[in-house]
Design a protein around this ligand. Structure first.
Ligand SMILES: C[S@@+](CC[C@H](N)C(=O)[O-])C[C@H]1O[C@@H](n2cnc3c(N)ncnc32)[C@H](O)[C@@H]1O
Length: 289
């Protein structure tokens, strides 16, 4: 673990707790590479044929935007994020970045506007810490999709853990209850990764498919070698999140000691048995033609 890796910062008093700086960009790039390897090198699961326009919502460092642009060299790939994307000089010719919040860019409160019904794919990864109303978010994105275009969400449930045999093991874990309560008090849907397939169906999307991937906390799960990189990444980043969450969410007056909550989480997850994992789910859904 290098010092620069451990140096990303959180602000537990904020609704979106990430402080976006170069250390956060290092963390996001490491995490994205880990997710990509976990997905066996597949960037997107949407079955696209000759896409012309792709949107990457909440693109962060723009890593996935660039990879999508390389995967589909004939498409224009647009990344949108309210924080500046680093290293824009190295972007492929067919990638563009818009600095702004997606809702402002879509609703005309921004100098640039995205054309309605023009995208073949709208892609978003790891957005559950800022999207609060997923139904409204999907409705907004649906307006940007052409008929027959695809939505793709890549999200994980950070409140439910499984063992190596896919049994849920976190139902009675005290820190899970504490962290879930904290997320819900902040207005997040803590189960959204698992609920997106049904929500897309309810909203009229077709061909909805959910593909789950295991997301472990250590790099030595030999039965799932494709998870080694993301496991290594989680070994250094998860303790920082657990510390912040324990201090923010534990209520000492309810008998919840932050240090005990933190140690319990570390013992169960980071120091837990090989194969303990969250679930990362890729949901794809097609807008009716
Ligand atoms: C956890 S990061 C994920 C970044 C990237 N998708 C990835 O997988 O590396 C969440 C991103 O959402 C961005 N974000 C926050 N609010 C947003 C909004 N209203 N519209 C678009 N992006 C937003 C943040 O700036 C951040 O870059």
């Amino acid at each position: 673990m290098s010092t620069s890796q451990a140096a990303f910062e959180l602000d537990g008093s904020k609704s979106y707790p990430m402080i976006v700086n170069s250390a956060e960009h290092t963390r996001l790039n490491a995490q994205s590479s880990g997710f990509n390897e976990m997905m066996l090198g597949r960037i997107s699961l949407a079955p696209l044929q000759k896409p012309a326009r792709i949107l990457d919502v909440g693109c962060g460092t723009g890593m996935q935007t660039r990879l999508l642009a390389e995967l589909y060299p004939d498409a224009t790939v647009i990344g949108v994020d309210p924080n500046p994307v680093p290293d824009v000089q190295t972007k492929p010719k067919n990638a563009e970045f818009i600095l702004g919040q997606i809702e402002d860019v879509v609703n005309g409160q921004h100098e640039l506007l995205l054309q309605p019904a023009s995208f073949d794919l709208i892609y978003g990864r790891a957005l559950y810490l800022w999207v609060k109303n997923w139904r409204a978010h999907i409705a907004m994105l649906s307006g940007l999709l052409r008929p027959g275009g695809w939505l793709e969400f890549q999200e994980f449930n950070a409140y439910r853990a499984y063992d190596a045999d896919e049994r849920v093991i976190s139902d009675n874990w005290r820190f899970s209850v504490v962290f879930k309560r904290d997320g819900e008090e902040r207005g997040f849907n803590t189960e959204i990764a698992d609920e997106l397939p049904d929500l897309c169906r309810q909203m009229g999307f077709e061909a909805v498919l959910a593909t789950p991937y295991p997301l472990p906390f250590r790099s030595d799960w030999t039965a799932r070698p494709e998870t080694a990189r993301i496991g290594k990444c989680f070994q250094w980043e998860v303790p920082v999140f657990l510390r912040m969450l324990s201090e923010r969410a534990a209520q000492p007056e309810q008998g919840e000691d932050p240090e005990e909550v933190y140690e319990e989480a570390m013992d169960r997850l980071v120091r837990g048995p090989v194969g303990t994992h969250f679930r990362f789910t890729v949901t794809i859904a097609r807008k009716p033609a």
